[in-house]
Design a protein around this ligand. Structure first.
Ligand SMILES: [Zn+2]
Length: 496
């Protein structure tokens, strides 16, 4: 029977059962797909019992953003509070935007946000936690609970949109001095995928979640390539096999994102695929299976925008666009009959430092305004950003140094990679999809195909800078490094 005839939520359980040992799957987030209020209420009762059995008050955490609940009478926060009252579950409501003293829309996942929330919670007795929220809020809360050592209390998330894989992954992506860093975090025990809320989420957010999933069609190639080069320490294809049964669903639902509200069937399938993506990364012990070159491009763009104080585009929207750049670069790579590192001189550590410093000093922080600024104006505006740039330079250089050392060691055995290129290429072809196919999925989903069309329009200059800076974004190897080590420019391997 073809996978595609099964609902993705059914396939999720079946795939986990067949590929994971029971002890491993017991540590993964349990997923509940709930179609209406009574199903949600029943799930809450089964998780928390009633007030008489469980005296600890639930800590309901929200970011304070007004979100539709699918119930015309109430927003998500009010809807959920009422549900707790009706279920006789005592609760305390915590609006994190007031804890962080920012506007609700400005809550983002940062090391600083974690430290403020930690300060607020550290003297309390651990209580069951329910997050009503976005990926950013989930990352902040799950990392705070991890650092506080709140491991024995139930931790439940009700995603308010299908945006990112944060809801079921053991990792949190947190910003520090403009750089995005992935940290091991607390596991979400239960994820409540509640269809009326997910369907009511803005169309652009659901699309973005879809875009984040497109990384699965390229990122695995990066991991394999890194391992074959001898730079990545380990490699396995468990996450690939966990995700592969859903590739038909993923292709089929691209078009469903053009309608709003998105059909219930597509919502449930996409929720299950996002859930599996988070689990696949968690059981792999790293985010590598779904985060390669394309994510470094997105992180580089976020760095530009965070440093200059501009708003960020949807993460998944940038990831989709960057997945196209990655697929185009793979097309180039896979067309090569021969790989030759011998003629490329290894770059010295000193030179790397200079390159990173120069890229960060000349970065197009001012987006579309860049072309209008005189050199003097630019210099004076840049001056204000220098403290942040200095911190980021240290962080990026320190991280890159680790990868550089591994590359210098790996380079000693590079002839074996060169000799085996044709068979490596064969395997890569199985792991990644051609750019033409990536492009058709992006178009079908209505996601932006050029940087100017992203939710916070990005200039071509910024985008090309992000491609060029991608090797220096983190210590993990990706296709960007491969291109750089070949002595070539990543911005010329992609057509955007
Ligand atoms: Zn992502």
């Amino acid at each position: 029977m073809s996978h595609i005839t099964l609902k993705a939520s059914t396939l999720l359980e079946a795939t986990l059962k067949s590929l994971l040992p029971a002890a491993v799957s017991a540590q993964c987030t349990r997923n509940h797909f709930l179609g209406d209020r009574s199903a949600l209420q029943a799930a809450l009762k089964s998780l928390f019992g009633s007030s008489t059995e469980n005296s600890a008050r639930l800590l309901l955490v929200s970011d304070g953003v007004h979100k539709l609940s699918g119930d015309a009478q109430a927003n998500v926060d009010d809807f959920f509070k009422q549900l707790c009252t009706d279920s006789e579950l005592p609760f305390e409501f915590l609006d994190i935007s007031s804890v962080l003293s920012c506007r609700p829309e400005e809550v983002h996942a940062s090391v600083e946000a974690v430290s403020v929330l930690k300060g607020k919670l550290h003297q309390r007795t651990p209580a069951p936690v329910v997050v009503l929220g976005s990926g950013s809020l989930t990352d902040v809360v799950k990392h705070t609970l991890f650092e506080l050592g709140w491991s024995g209390v139930p931790f439940v998330v009700l995603p308010t949109a299908l945006t990112v894989t944060a809801f079921t992954s053991h990792f949190a992506v947190l910003e520090e001095s403009g750089a995005k860093r992935t940290r091991l975090s607390r596991t979400v025990d239960h994820c409540l995928w509640y269809a009326p809320v997910l369907s009511a989420a803005p169309q652009a957010m659901t699309r973005a979640g879809y875009g984040d999933l497109l990384a699965r069609f390229v990122a695995y190639g990066d991991w394999y390539l890194g391992w074959k080069l001898g730079v990545a320490e380990r490699y396995d294809e468990l996450a690939f096999h966990l995700m592969e049964p859903f590739s038909g669903h993923l292709r089929r639902h691209a078009g469903a994102l053009q309608q709003w509200p998105v059909s219930a069937e597509a919502i449930e399938d996409l929720a299950a695929i996002l859930a599996m993506a988070g689990i696949a990364m968690s059981v792999s012990g790293e985010t590598t299976p779904l985060s390669g070159y394309e994510h470094t491009i997105s992180h580089a763009l976020d760095y530009l925008h965070l440093t200059s104080g501009h708003a960020l585009s949807w993460h998944g929207e940038q990831v989709a666009l960057a997945s196209l750049a990655s697929a185009e670069s793979y097309d180039q790579l896979l067309s090569l009959e021969k790989i030759d590192f011998q003629n490329v001189r290894p770059v010295s550590e000193e030179r790397i430092k200079r390159t990173i410093t120069q890229l960060l000093q000349t970065a197009p922080y001012f987006g579309f305004e860049e072309s209008e600024l005189t050199p003097e104006q630019r210099k004076s505006r840049l001056e204000a950003l220098q403290p942040g740039i200095a911190k980021a330079t240290l962080l990026f250089t320190e991280d890159y140094r680790k990868k550089h050392e591994k590359w210098l060691r790996a380079r000693e055995n590079i002839t074996s990679f060169e000799e085996n290129w044709i068979s490596i290429r064969e395997h890569l072809r199985m792991l990644v999809i051609p750019a033409a196919e990536m492009q058709s999925l992006i178009v079908a989903a209505g996601l932006p195909l050029v940087p100017e069309q992203t939710s916070q329009p990005t200039s071509a200059l910024e985008y090309r800078w992000a491609l060029r800076f991608a090797p220096f974004v983190r210590s993990r190897v990706s296709l960007a490094d491969f291109i750089f080590w070949l002595g070539e420019d990543p911005a010329l391997w992609a057509t955007v």
